[in-house]
Write a new protein. Structure first.
Length: 402
């Protein structure tokens, strides 16, 4: 073999070795990136990842998937909602701040009540046919352009779908709300521009109680925005940031009937009704006071003419009857009401006082040289006698119970 052929063979061997090293390096790097992605936001919602969530908090999750009623998968970076077939007992799913582009994988979650999928990449409302008991749905901060796929959710109460792209096609984007049972609807900061959504959609929603509509172009196009919505939606209780009081509804209806003059007249009537109600309440209170005073005067007059006193009156009042029942109960349950600790303390105090009295009597009756000396000292020093008498005063200590 010539030198040239040898060099070529050696060069090919080196290139082969370098290619193998590069392939090994790329494989190791891809494996490392997969591990990092799985730890800080995986792109695939696998059963292994769901098992990691279960193992991460034993106090929140059961080991068996079907026993769990809530699942937190927020901030995971997952692109597809899937692998929830075993979570049949799920009631609340928190999946905000991911990259879901559609709603899927919920066919076996028949008991789902709350679904939170805000801040994702969802473009269309679908895949909820298997959740007939859904009560609360949050799809805020997505890319939804049309409200649909909710007619089969007969238990849906709250729909939060603010900051989407709803309304470019006018009323057609929200007309499906008429067939729903939604009570609280949040449509803030969308693209609703057609003012006809008020009579054609909101007025026909029989269960609508709370409506958030600010941040839409139609809010500036609806004449007398708050009064108009209040007058059209008869069951509305809360609009945007304020409740709808009965007085607000009356004034709105009056404005709808006869304009500003009718509204002012209605406000005057409301004020007169409030004043009349206040006067009735004050009058009823004064009558109550007069009745009590009159009854007291009658009782006092009857007592003056009566031969019985309060203590000897055979007619027992309600208060006296209650007091008698209390006293009778205390007599019947005297053993249960007995305070052993108090009796023991009183016994100890009596024995201590008797011992002091005995010692003082013995010291006064005994004749001894010391006592004679003390007597002589008392005669010569009356101040000492007074001091001794003060020390022999009766024990005035009381129990803690007293």
């Amino acid at each position: 073999m010539s030198a040239t052929e040898l060099d070529r063979a050696l060069h090919a061997s080196v290139l082969k070795r370098e290619a193998a090293k590069e392939a090994e390096f790329r494989e190791a790097r891809a494996k490392h990136e997969d591990e990092v992605r799985l730890g800080f936001g995986a792109t695939d919602m696998t059963k292994q990842e769901l098992r990691k969530i279960i193992d991460s908090d034993r106090r929140m999750y059961y080991r068996s998937e079907e026993l769990n009623d809530k699942l937190f998968i927020h901030y995971k970076g997952w692109k597809e909602l899937k692998n929830l077939e075993g979570w049949t007992g799920l009631r609340a799913l928190y999946g905000e701040c991911n990259a879901f582009d559609r709603i899927s994988g919920l066919s076996q979650c028949r008991n789902l009540r709350s679904l939170f999928l805000q801040e994702n990449c969802i473009h269309r409302i679908q895949g909820l046919e298997g959740c007939p008991l859904l009560w609360n749905l949050n799809l805020s901060n997505n890319f939804i352009e049309r409200i649909e796929g909710l007619s089969q959710l007969r238990s849906l109460n709250t729909l939060t779908i603010q900051k989407n792209k709803i309304g470019f096609a006018g009323v057609e984007d929200v007309v499906h709300l008429v067939d729903t049972t939604i009570s609280t609807l949040d449509l803030q900061d969308n693209k609703l521009w057609d003012p006809d959504i008020l009579p054609e959609v909101f007025a026909r929603m029989a269960d609508l109680r709370v409506l958030y509509l600010k941040g839409n172009p139609c809010a500036k196009k609806i004449p007398n925005y708050r009064k108009g919505i209040t007058a059209v939606c008869q069951n509305l209780k809360y609009l945007d940031d304020r409740p709808v009081f009965p007085e607000d509804r009356r004034t709105a209806d009056a404005f709808n009937r006869g304009g500003l003059e009718e509204e002012r007249a209605e406000r005057r009537r409301i004020k007169e009704e409030e004043n009349a109600k206040h006067e009735r309440n004050m009058k009823a209170f004064q009558e109550m006071i007069e009745n009590v005073r009159r009854e007291k005067r009658e009782r006092d007059a009857m007592r003056v003419e009566d031969k019985f006193t309060d203590a000897t009156d055979p007619v027992v009042t309600h208060d006296q009857r209650m007091q008698q029942q209390v006293e009778k109960w205390k007599e019947e349950n005297a053993e249960d009401l007995k305070d052993d600790a108090r009796e023991h303390a009183e016994k100890c105090l009596r024995s201590e006082r008797s011992e002091k009295e005995t010692r003082s009597a013995d010291s006064d009756g005994g004749e001894s040289p010391v006592s004679g000396e003390m007597d002589s000292k008392d005669e010569t020093h009356p101040e000492l006698a007074e001091l001794e008498s003060e020390t022999r005063k009766e024990d005035q200590r009381k129990l803690v119970y007293e």
